[in-house]
Design a protein around this ligand. Structure first.
Ligand code: FE
Length: 331
């Protein structure tokens, strides 16, 4: 009881307590600068007020579980299908049957049980040194296990869920044995210890420490916007096979939402062209709604074929992926 009261007090610290009844409350693992402009646009359009709390996905999920039926949260927004799947598994999300969401969001980018919905797409693909690699030398994630890349590969830590989801989707396609061979090949080709984030990886590449790597496209976009002369380029992986690994940021209505109908309306609006443009652009991501074109700076990276397996598999095989990477010595 005291814990719940404390959590509620923490949530509302610094915010007026009046009129809370008709506000939609959002727990968001997306940062404020990626969220506030969207919610401001929604308020301008509908007059509906929202309040949000931003934190890491772990703390937000723990909080939702601890608060239980008392939670003030109506909507959970987070990144990576692995996290969304996890939240659904923990029972904090509610299924939402919505024709609008089904029409606006491709089936493979939302939960088959309708507990979460992708809202923007990020691709996790190959980056290479433009000084030491020709794009013709590149093909797939699997090929990065080939000995020709010995001492030339940089990877981010396997602790990051982005890599867990990438490997989980490989397990879904190839099975565990074949995936483990590939991951062992990657580890054998590493030119440096694993990096704590994608940006450091690309900076190391630019500094000559390695020639190829795997990153999320928006980190590439942000780095090149900041330092246009960086000698690193994107390569769309697996165009001749499964397609480039894609993931989403997304959302689900909470199981104990106090403003369920309002939260569903907001979620539906987030999938419409009007909101999609803004939602994707803010982080240099791709709109999830196929009717909406990416921002020019993102479209400039070229068209690609994305993986089309349902992203719930990233959750289903997450534990297997973590164990596999551990066995393979991928730190
Ligand atoms: Fe990220």
């Amino acid at each position: 009881m005291f814990k719940r009261l404390l959590l509620t007090l923490l949530l509302f610290t610094g915010a007026p307590l009046a009129n809370a009844a008709d506000e939609i409350v959002i727990y968001s693992a997306r940062k404020e600068h990626l969220l506030k402009p969207i919610l401001d646009a929604y308020r301008a359009k509908t007059g509906v007020e929202t309040r949000y709390l931003t934190d890491g996905e772990g703390p937000l999920l723990a909080r939702l579980q601890a608060e239980g039926t008392d939670t003030p949260a109506d909507l959970l927004i987070t990144v990576d299908a692995g996290n969304l799947w996890h939240a659904a598994e923990r029972g904090v999300l509610a299924p939402v049957e919505s024709r609008t969401l089904a029409d606006n969001i491709p089936a493979h980018l939302r939960d088959p049980a309708n507990q979460w919905f992708g809202l923007s797409v990020r691709a996790r693909t190959i980056v290479y040194s433009t000084e030491r690699v020709k794009p013709a030398d590149l093909s797939s994630y699997e090929d990065l296990a080939d000995p020709k890349w010995k001492n030339r590969l940089c990877l981010r830590s396997s602790e990051k869920i982005y890599n867990q989801s990438l490997v989980a989707m490989m397990i879904a396609r190839h099975g565990e044995e074949a995936t483990e061979r590939i991951v062992r090949g990657w580890v054998g080709n590493l030119a440096a210890p694993v990096f704590s984030n994608d940006t450091k990886l690309m900076e190391a590449m630019a500094a000559g420490k390695c020639d190829v790597g795997i990153v999320n496209t928006y980190y590439f976009g942000a780095l090149l916007k900041d330092k246009p002369a960086t000698p690193v380029a994107l390569f769309w992986a697996n165009q001749g096979s499964s397609g480039t690994h894609v993931n989403v940021s997304g959302a689900g209505v909470t199981r104990h939402a106090k403003h369920k109908a309002e939260a569903i309306k907001l979620l539906e609006w987030l999938s419409t062209p009007e909101a999609q443009q803004l939602f994707a652009e803010l982080n240099m991501e791709f709109p999830v709604n196929p009717a909406v074109k990416p921002h020019a700076s993102v479209a400039a990276w070229g068209d690609f074929k994305g993986e089309n397996l349902n992203l719930s598999l990233a959750g289903k095989f997450q534990t297997d992926a973590v164990r596999l990477m551990d066995r393979a010595g991928y730190k």
